[in-house]
Design a protein around this ligand. Structure first.
Ligand SMILES: [Zn+2]
Length: 341
């Protein structure tokens, strides 16, 4: 049976020319040194590839955030900067900004048979720490659908920022400790920068977030914060009058904290005992459709989240064939173009 050019198996496999390339492996499966894996960004659901023996390709920022959070040194890594390209026999891979967090990238593939764009996680609006992802034209587009449902259209980011600041000032005014519970990297640095840029409110961060903050500062950001594990950080938390940004581990959250989350899911889900702000680092439904229309692909492979809903919308609204990735070595879902255009 002829192999699909693009398929799903422990990540996304692309068979092109004489190369077999694996993007964002999803399992800690053993991969030998002869494999080339590509890691789009440092969120933990995309970094399994760093724990394998394969040759690992990522941006230096992604590698450094991973090493800093895992406190492990990665071996057999090949860093490549956004805007650069790598050649594998007859396949050229270009590294493009994904706008999702520091160092996040998309991979564009130019092969003798077709062109493809694998987005990883993308965000298409400006944030305080990232620039928007830009689409490029391609035959095959492999795109995320985390918020690929018409009910997920985010308010303007400035409105959300203003709501966050207003809530934080109210909580401080009432002698409570406003506390954001978030992942270690990406969103928290946007929140730290929000308070740094628009307020004089001191920011305290838990140790994991502080480690990711340091990588940001090594890359030209000037995040001002106190690490909660230091005497100054502990003192600020005790005195109040500050905002606390921490991971979700319960032992990091002081008693009497006023807790908040910042996630796109806040648009439709209730978060009991949390104030929820729809601040996302992903594209919403409208951004996804605009991105796909601009890429003008012949076919779209959709992964993660609302795969079926977004695929149906792409076919109905854009007239482009769309569906989930075929499982590796199984029947083809999409026709393989005979030549690239
Ligand atoms: Zn992510």
């Amino acid at each position: 049976m002829q192999e699909d050019p693009i398929a799903s198996s422990n990540g996304i496999i692309v068979n092109a020319g004489s190369s077999r390339l694996l993007f964002d492996p999803t399992l800690g499966r053993r991969l030998g040194e002869d494999w080339n894996v590509f890691i789009t960004h440092a969120h933990s659901d995309h970094t399994y590839g760093f724990a394998t023996s394969a040759r690992k390709h990522s941006t230096p920022e992604t590698l450094h955030i991973y090493e800093s959070l895992s406190q492990r040194k990665v071996k057999n890594d090949r860093t490549v900067r956004i805007g650069e390209r790598i050649q594998f026999d007859d396949v050229e891979i270009r590294v493009l900004d994904a706008g999702h967090m520091l160092g996040s990238c998309q991979f564009q593939l130019i092969t003798p048979e077709f062109t493809a764009l694998y987005t990883g996680d993308i965000n298409c609006v400006d944030t305080l720490t990232t620039k928007p992802a830009q689409p490029v034209s391609c035959d095959f587009l492999i795109i995320e659908a985390t918020y690929g449902h018409p009910s997920y259209v985010f308010p303007p980011r400035d409105t959300i920022y203003a709501d966050i600041i207003r809530w934080t000032m109210t909580e401080i005014g009432e002698n409570r400790l406003p506390t954001f519970q978030v992942y270690s990297s990406g969103k928290p640095q946007d929140i730290v920068r929000l308070f740094n840029v628009y307020t004089k409110i001191p920011v305290v961060c838990s140790p994991g977030i502080s480690r990711a903050n340091r990588v940001h500062n090594e890359n030209g950001f000037r995040l001002e914060y106190l690490d909660s594990s230091t005497p100054d950080g502990r003192h600020a938390l005790k005195r109040r009058g500050c905002v606390y940004v921490t991971t979700s581990r319960r032992d990091h959250v002081p008693r009497n904290a006023s807790r908040a989350v910042a996630t796109g899911w806040a648009l439709r889900e209730a978060f009991r005992s949390f104030t929820a702000f729809p601040l996302s680092s992903h594209a919403d439904y409208n951004q996804l459709l605009q991105f796909i229309a601009a890429a003008k692909p012949k076919a779209v492979y959709v992964f993660t989240g609302y795969i079926d809903v977004l695929s149906a919308q792409i076919e109905r609204k854009l007239g482009i064939k769309a569906g989930p990735l075929p499982a590796h070595a199984q029947t083809k879902l999409l026709d393989f173009p005979k030549s690239a255009t």
